[in-house]
Design a protein. Structure first.
Ligand SMILES: Nc1nc2c(ncn2[C@@H]2O[C@H](COP(=O)(O)OP(=O)(O)OP(=O)(O)O)[C@@H](O)[C@H]2O)c(=O)[nH]1
Ligand SMILES: [Mg+2]
Length: 332
């Protein structure tokens, strides 16, 4: 199963206490204070790694604790710091402190790290408190407090292009036709249960990533079907390819376009501000019809591109790629 959110508990280390100690030397009855400082407590960090793809491992391990700092010792010996704790997550993971709706961090690069719980400071040993008026201080700091909290992690895929459409529209077939991805394809709805990614490689080492997400149905924005769980992946894409199956006769293509667009809008109005290309699909088994013309003119009138394709018969794919590349033209 594809797990793209997780809830975990983190706790940093307490600071080690400073030591109260006095030098004991032969023939020196009153040695000065020599209590060392305590070590700082370990920090907890969340770190992005490009080798990871899911948050699945957090199903099995939810608690992450850094070590406490060691107390200071006599002879001015400081206690060692507690070991830091590193939590590894896939690129595209957002971190939420429990209860907040805004993320505190968004890890979008390999090795990017974020401090989620700071270790307590080490306490000062009594040697630090020696002064002209107090030659034998018995005072030392206790170690600083640690932090503990619940975090929510959410993984949003980082794709450039998102494929949306009703179940069976042909999204996975298109991903398979354009990339080396091998998604499951079948003639029943909800074949795709979790997002598939594929890479389209172009000239001069350019490339873009396409995300094929599960099909959307009416009410998806509020959880119907596979629901809104995967719409968040579309929020980050630069371009949306909206597939409308021209061979489906249960409603008109334009009705289906509007139904899905309404779901996108209800989920997040910003989705409708993204560049979109509308794709009439399965043209190998459909004739050019009035209904298709109705869809095409609707799209073109409002300034969207409309293209006809058959992913199965590899028709119309070059014009499609050309259009998609045009959105990435300014990139290196
Ligand atoms: N004739 C024809 N059939 C197609 C074409 N594209 C997809 N199909 C068929 O349509 C059915 C659904 O294709 P998928 O690619 O699995 O559709 P999907 O949009 O990914 O579906 P979900 O994952 O369920 O949302 C399969 O039986 C495909 O073989 C096409 O261009 N022409
Ligand atoms: Mg699919």
């Amino acid at each position: 199963m594809f797990v793209d959110s997780a809830r975990i508990f983190v706790r940093s280390g307490r600071g080690g206490a400073g030591a109260v100690s006095f030098r004991r030397e032969k023939y020196v009855p009153k040695g000065g204070p020599d209590g060392g400082d305590g070590g700082r407590g370990g920090n907890v960090y969340v770190v992005a790694r490009h080798t990871l793809r899911t948050l699945l491992s957090f199903k099995y391990k939810r608690r992450f604790e850094a070590q406490n700092g060691t107390p200071g010792m006599g002879a001015l010996k400081s206690g060692p710091a507690g070991k830091d704790c590193f939590i590894y997550v896939p690129i595209g993971t957002q971190i939420f402190i429990d209860g907040n709706s805004e993320p505190v961090a968004d890890l979008v690069e390999h090795k990017q790290k974020f401090l989620v719980a700071k270790g307590g400071q080490g306490g000062r040993g009594n040697a630090r408190f020696k002064s002209a008026t107090n030659q034998a201080p018995r005072r030392a700091d206790r170690g600083g407090d640690n932090e503990e909290k619940w975090l929510n992690l959410e993984l949003k895929l980082l794709a450039d292009v998102g494929l949306v459409g009703m179940p069976n529209a042909g999204k996975s077939t298109l991903l398979a036709a354009l990339t080396r991805a091998k998604p499951k394809i079948a003639a029943y709805p909800f074949t795709t249960l979790s997002p598939n990614l594929g890479v389209v490689e172009g000239e001069r080492h350019r490339s873009f990533v396409i995300a094929d997400i599960p099909g959307l149905i009416e009410g998806a924005h509020s959880g119907s079907g596979l629901g809104d769980e995967f719409l968040k992946h579309v929020e980050r894409t630069r371009v949306i390819l909206h597939l409308v199956d021209l061979s489906d006769e249960t409603s008109t293509p334009l009705q289906r376009l509007k139904l899905i667009e309404n779901e996108l809008f209800m989920y997040n109005p910003k989705l409708m501000e993204k560049p979109r290309v509308i794709l009439g699909t399965k043209i190998d088994i459909t004739e050019n019809s009035d209904k298709e013309e109705e869809l095409r003119s609707f799209c073109v009138d409002r300034g969207d591109s409309y293209l006809r394709i058959s992913a199965a018969a590899h028709k119309g794919l070059n014009p499609l790629l050309k259009t998609v590349w045009s959105y990435f033209r300014d990139d290196q």
